[in-house]
Design a protein around this ligand. Structure first.
Ligand code: WT7
Length: 675
């Protein structure tokens, strides 16, 4: 089985064999752990697997329903209906429920904008209460309605990390208009692909957003996308609503409406729509092995219950305990959906949002924010931790960090060195680390420690979340013995699971439900390789498809290849992952230039720029090498494994990357192995 290079990056180290027992709650300053021992976790877990319907009904009863469900689960693999017949509203549970229970003046969102004053203090800090959030969300929901947006109409959101982004998501949820949030780092072409695929009638954006002292011109990118769509004869957008964030000079076109003006006129009275449990809550585009990014579909009831419950237990969220939760992700990714907004607000613990770069104005920004807001739960990505390690220990050392109780990571396997650094330099050597394994498709955590219950080992995401029947199997669906690699599968449905790929039933079935069958029934295949150790801990070994994990973000190698060959200078391109100190996996591209084009540094720069325009900066190759021909097997398949080892520096061919390389010699040696 081939895995992306991340797995090879995790060397076996001393740390891999170390076991850290969860601390007593008092040792980290928490009043209590919701789950206090591994035995307690195990008995709850066993119950959740033995009788999932009663387990999930109990969880769902902690939330508000307009009408209770008829049945907890209807399962016709691969189609699940959770809480069928029930009606609810996710926005109601995030916002109105808190107001109605007398907590309207509690803080829902703490936001920091990026800019700082001369003394380094942030210029923009906002604390938004549930009551204020309710007013803003209701007004925006009325604005959307006034533009003809109603139940089922997809609204695209392309904004920076400002509270208005959460307001936009919640306003959509309030009226049953599924949102499709696009990460602000994506290009005009990427916006185009997603808006067209979703036939989205409306885009909500900002004039710009601050990132490392510069304005990201979000509205300009939207304008460009609209013009690309017009030219292609498929332009579904009727309105562009633009929030003014940084006084960036923008052009107002005929579709454009000003958020700030519209909100002034709007009424704050907009009751929540009573939505069916299985109505679509949102679409979120993510990369796959082939083709364009696919729109993953999540629905109201199951996703709400799943993200609520996993948030509560994974992070030990308890209201009225002065907790402050901060996830550093962007709402453009599933992590921001589930663990900044939808899972956290119903738990009534303030959620922190930060607009800008982690090293602006210095590498101490995050740690100063932890101290400033007395953050108790902190959730970030291994790639960020590796960057902090590089920026120097003096940054966290300059801060107290004594409010922290629980640390989390997500997005990619964490190398044990980074895990230990995180524990020692951020977690005072005592905070438990929850390494949460999950995917856009799973909606929420599927394998994770619980901070007060699970013994942890650096590099392992440990044990399944409640209700998750996770296993490592071979292609016949048989469980692998301990410490043997296999496919990561989930054998039972769970409430947060994806309900489909927007507009592409076949892709849904082919991607997730066709690789492994057990007793003739399809089971969910995650696309990751994994093993379980002798203690039952899961170790994720990396993607087994043509997807690479760059800084915790999923990137299809084929997407990058298509972007490269759409440049006039490229005849053929192959993209593979390569080990990267900070990103975990970097992008390596092998390119055959078209006649008349010379391998050169200028061409490398032009190709990187081109990929940035086609997809976004995160897709720019870290390394581009030119070759007269790509190494292929006799049957014509590109030898990716060989390219991976060349990219990793395991085969030295030439040192000068600007001359055309000839891989035919190594290819001959590798042929038997590849085919
Ligand atoms: C892929 C999903 C889940 C939100 C962020 C990424 C990898 C994710 C871990 C982890 C090892 C991880 C997997 C997975 N991944 N978390 N804790 N340990 N690998 O979401 O873009 O849908 O990517 O990220 O390969 O399949 P995504």
């Amino acid at each position: 089985m081939s895995t992306d290079s991340t797995s090879q990056g995790i060397e076996s180290t001393l740390h891999e064999n170390r076991v850290f027992q969860p601390p007593k709650a008092g040792e980290v300053g928490a009043s209590r752990w919701l789950v206090e021992s591994f035995a307690e976790y195990k008995s709850m877990y066993d119950q959740s697997i033995a009788d999932p319907e009663s387990f999930w009904a109990t969880a769902a009863e902690e939330l508000h329903w307009f009408k209770k469900w008829d049945g907890v689960l209807e399962w016709n693999a691969p189609d699940a209906k959770w809480f069928g017949g029930g009606t609810t509203n996710v926005c109601y549970n995030c916002v109105d429920r808190q107001v109605e229970s007398g907590h309207g003046d509690d803080v829902a969102i703490i936001w920091e904008g990026e800019p700082v004053d001369g003394s380094g203090a942030p210029v923009d800090v906002r604390r938004i209460t549930y009551k204020e959030l309710q007013t803003e969300v209701s007004k925006l929901a009325n604005v959307l309605k006034s533009k003809g947006i109603g139940k089922g109409d997809v609204v695209t959101i392309y904004m920076g990390m400002v509270p208005e982004l959460a307001v936009a998501m919640l306003a959509c949820a309030r009226i049953g208009a599924p949102h499709s949030v696009i990460f602000g780092g994506f290009s005009a072409q990427a916006i185009t692909d997603r808006v067209q695929d979703a036939s989205s009638k409306m885009i909500i954006t900002c004039d710009g957003s601050w990132r490392r002292g510069k304005v990201v011109p979000l509205k300009d990118n939207v304008d460009e996308a609209i013009s690309i769509m017009k030219d292609s004869g498929n332009q579904p957008v009727e309105h562009v609503l633009c929030y003014g964030r940084c006084h960036n000079d923008i052009k107002w076109g005929e579709l454009d409406r000003c958020w700030n003006e519209e909100m002034e006129k709007a009424s704050a009275d907009c009751p929540c729509e009573q939505l069916d449990s299985e109505d679509m809550l949102f679409l979120l585009y993510t990369s796959g092995s082939t083709g364009k990014p696919k729109g993953i579909v999540h629905t109201n009831g199951g996703y709400m219950v799943y993200t609520y419950l996993t948030s509560k237990y994974t992070f030990n969220l308890i209201p009225d305990e002065k907790q402050v939760y901060w996830c550093t992700a962007d709402c453009g990714w599933i992590t921001g959906h589930s663990y900044i907004v939808y899972g956290i607000l119903p738990n009534r613990v303030p959620t922190v949002m930060y607009e800008g770069g982690p090293d602006y104005p210095s590498g101490a920004r995050f740690w100063q924010m932890v101290d400033r807001h007395k953050v108790t739960q902190f959730y970030t990505a291994p790639t960020a931790i590796r960057a902090f390690m590089k920026w120097g220990d003096e940054h966290p050392a300059s801060c107290k960090l004594d409010s922290l109780q629980v640390l989390g990571t997500v997005g990619e396997p964490i190398n044990p060195e980074a895990w230990m650094w995180y524990r020692n330099h951020i977690g005072r050597g005592v905070c438990p680390i929850v390494d949460t394994y999950w995917q856009t498709e799973t909606g929420g955590h599927v394998i994770t420690p619980l901070p007060g219950a699970t013994p942890t080992t650096p590099g392992s995401c440990t044990h399944p979340a409640f209700g998750i029947d996770a296993a490592v199997v071979n292609t016949d669906g048989e469980e692998q013995p301990a410490n043997t690699g296999g496919l990561m599968v989930i054998r039972k449905p769970w409430p947060g699971m994806l309900r489909g790929v927007h507009g592409d039933r076949q892709r849904f079935i082919d991607t997730y439900w066709s690789t492994v069958k057990i007793n003739g029934q399809p089971v969910y295949t995650a696309g990751d390789g994994a093993r379980r150790d002798e203690h039952g801990n899961f170790w994720i070994m990396g993607r087994i498809d043509d997807v690479i994990n760059v800084s915790g973000h999923r990137m299809g190698t084929m997407e990058v290849e298509s972007a490269l060959v759409s440049h006039e200078s490229v005849v053929e391109a192959a993209v593979v992952g390569m080990p990267h100190e900070i990103k975990g996996t970097g992008i390596a591209a092998f390119v055959t230039p078209a006649p008349g084009f010379e391998a050169s540094d200028e061409l490398i720069a032009a190709l990187r720029e081109h990929v940035g325009n086609e997809i976004g900066a995160i897709a720019k190759p870290d390394m581009i090498r030119f070759t007269a021909a790509l190494p292929k097997t006799r049957s014509g398949k590109i030898m990716r494994r060989l390219l991976r080892s060349i990219a990793a520096g395991e085969h030295e061919i030439t040192q000068d990357i600007t001359t055309l390389e000839d891989f035919s010699v190594v290819a001959k040696l590798a042929e038997k192995d590849e085919s």
